[in-house]
Design a protein around this ligand. Structure first.
Ligand SMILES: C[S@@+](CC[C@H](N)C(=O)[O-])C[C@H]1O[C@@H](n2cnc3c(N)ncnc32)[C@H](O)[C@@H]1O
Length: 225
């Protein structure tokens, strides 16, 4: 359960949540990075995929639409976005499980044979200890050789991208967002025990650049074979 922990709502303030889907479409070149992320995830029928911080369910719905036989599970601490996600899935006729919980709670799916864990636009919103705990839980929960695919605001490489990213920082605050803008995610993924950590794409958007990352859970000896 979510206990007494708190979270930043999808658009920084709970009152803005109804505007979330339109804001993301308008302000992030959403179609471009989501399509690229979906390509990278490359879902297969036998995949069991958990979307951490699933929000209103856009990515989970895309995955399920692309590969109806895959098992797709969405996890988010905010009951408001979860009810929006459930409604969207129901209207689209897509069987997706949505559960309430924080990123670190993803460990609860350890016995589900999870082959891929995915997450979009979540890590820039969470404190450093939750970034670390989330990545550790994602690695532990995944099957050996399971994959992590993350899209989020990453290293802001130019003055223009840093200036545009300030809009996100106004909504979500500087404390949690600054480490992402300094490019901390690849280091944290490696520290969490992932192998083959790669930033696979950097996409400029009107709110700063969004990076895609890929990593693999190694076997218990720490190698890929
Ligand atoms: C910007 S929204 C992104 C939603 C969705 N992944 C997407 O791509 O549209 C960030 C989401 O992260 C969730 N969130 C915030 N703190 C979290 C945490 N500690 N663990 C998991 N999810 C969290 C919020 O409730 C929100 O739904």
């Amino acid at each position: 359960m979510t206990g007494e922990r708190s979270f930043t709502p999808a658009l920084g303030h709970a009152a803005l949540t109804p505007l979330y889907d339109s804001a993301i479409a308008l302000m992030t070149r959403e179609q471009r990075w989501r399509e690229r992320l979906l390509q990278q995830i490359s879902p297969h029928a036998r995949d069991v995929i958990v979307d951490v911080g699933c929000g209103t369910g856009t990515l989970a719905l895309m995955i399920k639409r692309a590969t109806p036989a895959a098992t797709v599970i969405g996890l988010d601490p905010d009951p408001e976005v979860l009810s929006r996600a459930r409604l969207r899935a129901q209207r689209a006729g897509l069987a997706i499980e949505f559960e309430q919980g924080f990123a670190r709670d993803v460990a609860r799916f350890a016995n589900r044979g999870v082959t891929k864990v995915v997450s979009s636009l979540v890590f820039h919103q969470v404190p450093m200890d939750e970034k670390r705990a989330a990545l550790g839980a994602m690695r532990t929960m995944l099957q050996t050789h399971g994959e992590a695919h993350i899209a989020d605001y990453g290293l802001q490489r130019t003055a223009l991208m840093r200036a545009l990213f300030a809009q996100v920082q106004m909504l979500d605050g500087k404390e949690n967002t600054t480490p992402n803008a300094q490019g901390v995610l690849t280091q944290l993924m490696t520290e969490a025990g992932f192998a083959n950590v790669v930033e696979t794409a950097v996409i400029a958007t009107p709110t700063g650049s969004i990076s895609l990352y890929r990593a693999v859970r190694p076997n218990d000896q720490g190698t890929r074979s």
